[in-house]
Design a protein around this ligand. Structure first.
Ligand code: ADP
Length: 329
């Protein structure tokens, strides 16, 4: 049976981008068609400046949101990365397989380094080695598929390279995985800066819809979204009119219609924004209601995470042990 691994970082509150680009598909499709593991990757949250109490709080919140989004612990495995030692054990091996140059070529490394330097912050070494840990996350479970948004495909490509290199040098040990980006909403953009993705770790929040935003907040953010000063009605043109195209992409992802078809249905930005806001509010309403139930019973989420870690550990250990043996330990 196909095996799937994917994760979210608890570096901020989960966003509509995380949901449309990843989590919704995990819940609606992936968990039902494959043996699936979904992880809150808290070790990755330490690669940038962080507040320990906040990371702990966001880790638990993210786990609750994954369950609220419909991940069913009877059907898939939901767990926290740091609860399973195998990730860190295998990450070191991956660092011994990858090269410094490969790590430095990663786009996210370059972007985040530039951001940290602009803010006068130091760059943690773990930001550079992040893809080695991500490779370990995936390879430890023998995952065939990694359903991620567009922004992560480069890291999955590197994971493939490392798995192939390891297998070739030390004997066949790892399944070589592939990224499976979603057909729609692979990259939801920031409402205030539609040339950049809607990212949960960004400081400016006006362009970001969080999964737990109140309906009034969602509406306000969508109504204030930057559109383009083009004239002549609503057009779907990602290059020339990224703001409008982003709204059309979001509405399309909420309604299951094609963005191009939706563009033909509107002749004003105002109406498009109103309908998009309403569609997002309705999309998130059941998720928010379930999240409120889980928040009222934290011991349920704790139990799911404990069982999830035990199941994940049992799967990962033999592969990581085999990798240690193969590389000479
Ligand atoms: P973030 O950038 O929000 O910290 P994560 O690294 O936690 O994202 O990614 C969780 C999943 O959400 C990944 O599969 C990632 O590709 C996806 N994702 C993140 N942001 C977006 C976005 N704006 N549009 C589509 N998918 C996204």
């Amino acid at each position: 049976m196909t095996r799937i691994f994917s994760g979210v970082k608890p570096t901020g509150h989960l966003t509509l981008g995380n949901y449309l680009g990843a989590i919704r598909r995990w819940a609606d499709e992936d968990q039902h068609r494959a043996e699936s593991l979904f992880c809150v990757v808290d070790l990755h949250a330490l690669t940038v400046d962080h507040d320990p109490a906040r990371v702990r709080r966001l880790t638990r919140q993210a786990a609750g949101l994954l369950l609220a989004a419909g991940l069913d612990p009877q059907v898939c495995t939901v767990f926290v990365q740091s609860h399973v030692d195998e990730h860190a054990r295998l990450s070191y091996v991956m660092e011994c397989v990858a090269t410094d140059g490969e790590m430095r070529r990663m786009i996210q490394y370059k972007e985040k380094t530039a951001r940290a330097q602009a803010a006068g912050q130091g760059v943690r070494l773990s930001l550079l080695t992040y893809p080695a840990l991500m490779a370990a996350d995936i390879l430890a479970y023998g995952a065939d598929e990694v359903p991620v948004g567009d922004d992560q495909t480069q890291h999955v490509e590197l994971t493939r390279t490392l798995a192939e290199r390891f297998n070739q040098r030390y004997g066949h040990t790892f399944v070589v995985p592939r990224a499976t980006p979603p057909a729609v909403a692979a990259r939801v953009m920031d409402l205030q800066d539609p040339t950049g993705k809607m990212g949960k770790s960004h400081d400016a929040t006006a362009g970001i819809i969080y999964l737990l935003d109140e309906p009034a907040t969602i509406t306000k953010k969508v109504m204030r979204a930057v559109t383009d000063s083009g004239t002549g009605g609503v057009e779907y043109d990602r290059a020339e009119r990224p703001g409008v195209a982003n709204l059309l992409d979001i509405l399309a992802a909420c309604t299951g219609k094609e963005p191009q078809t939706l563009a033909d249905d509107y002749d004003s930005y105002g109406a498009l924004k109103r309908d998009t806001a309403e569609a997002v509010v309705e999309l998130l309403r059941p998720l928010q209601a379930r999240h409120a139930e889980f928040s009222a019973d934290p011991s349920y989420v704790d139990g799911v995470l404990r069982d999830g870690a035990a199941a994940a550990r049992a799967l990962a250990r033999p592969t990581v042990d085999a990798a240690y043996r193969a590389i000479g330990l």
